[in-house]
Design a protein around this ligand. Structure first.
Ligand SMILES: CN(C)CCCNS(=O)(=O)c1cccc(Nc2nc(OCC3CCCCC3)c3[nH]cnc3n2)c1
Length: 282
């Protein structure tokens, strides 16, 4: 039985994203803490609404311990608003964790990074393994992997969130509008407007793990034009010396300018450095 907004008690606003607000709520029936994300679909064309429906249907099917769980959706047609009820992640997002580490001038332990790395690999493997049903064959790719889309739960386990929603809900395919903020993790093939593929998720994951180590992205620039130059050059500093050569080399392989030369999820999961973490967290 789909729920209604009055089934939830609003606790407070967690934050506002590119597509709407995220509120912490309590379900009245059992006091379970959840979040609702409200989004305005009023200015969408029919095809964009269809895309939104298919993205939400994909979310419903993605049930995995390291992926933010979708619980329900509420449509308020009078206000052209869609509310997604989702799992609450008490540990916040990785963007906040990186900001805190920078402020405290403290690097994360390699052990912590490898735990997050292995759990993200397992989450992405679950997505890539998920098949789209409505005719668009091909894997479910995240397409917007970044620290602000990766959350932690109360046990500091990873919860990968916000699949495709920002992309769909942005429904403006212009580069500037599609990417609110600076696209630090954009792959060379995306810069060259070549088809996004599963190895583009590997590039973004490499950028994310790099930033967990260095507390800054591998490629930075004062504007998107110069950022595109930096990304296409593909040069970046080694991660801080406290981290192993294995971790450096793994990240460097993921940031190969040629997407076909990047390792697959399975190649990375099977590496000597990660296989024991993948086994432990599977
Ligand atoms: C924008 N930043 C300053 C972040 C401010 C807020 N801090 S934070 O680090 O995300 C944070 C702090 C405490 C709890 C949670 N829990 C949480 N947050 C979600 O989304 C956050 C939302 C995403 C879009 C942009 C606005 C924020 C969830 N989505 C599904 N489950 C979720 N659980 C998050």
């Amino acid at each position: 039985m789909p729920s209604k907004l009055c089934d939830y008690e609003i606790l407070y606003l967690i934050g506002s994203g590119s597509y709407g607000k995220c509120l912490k709520v309590r379900r009245k029936s059992d006091s379970k803490i959840l979040v609702w994300k409200d989004m305005d679909y009023g200015s969408m064309t029919e095809p964009e609404k269809q895309q939104l429906v298919s993205e939400v249907n994909l979310l419903r099917e993605l049930k995995h311990k390291y992926i933010v769980r979708y619980h329900d959706r509420i449509i308020d047609r009078s206000k052209s608003r869609l509310y997604l009820i989702m799992e609450y992640c008490a540990g916040g997002d990785l963007a906040s964790l990186i900001t805190k580490c920078r402020k405290d001038r403290s690097f994360l332990d390699e052990e912590t990074i490898l735990k997050i790395f292995s759990q993200l690999l397992l989450a992405l493997q679950a997505c890539h393994g998920q098949r789209r049903r409505n005719g668009n064959q091909g894997k479910v790719l995240h397409r917007d992997l970044k620290p602000a889309n990766v959350f932690l739960d109360e046990n500091n386990d990873v919860k990968l969130g916000d699949f495709g929603l920002a992309r769909v809900l942005h429904h403006d395919t212009s580069f500037a509008k599609t990417f609110v903020g600076t696209p630090y993790y954009m792959s060379p093939e995306q810069m060259n407007k070549v088809q996004y593929n599963d190895k583009s998720d590997i590039w973004s994951l490499g950028c994310l793990i790099y930033e967990l180590c260095a507390l800054v992205p591998p490629f930075t620039a004062p504007n998107q034009k110069l950022l595109a130059v930096k990304i296409k050059e593909g040069q970046f500093r080694r991660i801080p010396s406290k981290y192993s050569n294995d971790l450096q080399e793994c990240i460097a392989s993921m940031l190969n300018l040629t997407s076909t030369l990047r390792p697959s999820l399975e190649d990375i999961m099977g590496s000597l450095m990660l296989r024991k973490y993948v086994k432990e967290y599977s």
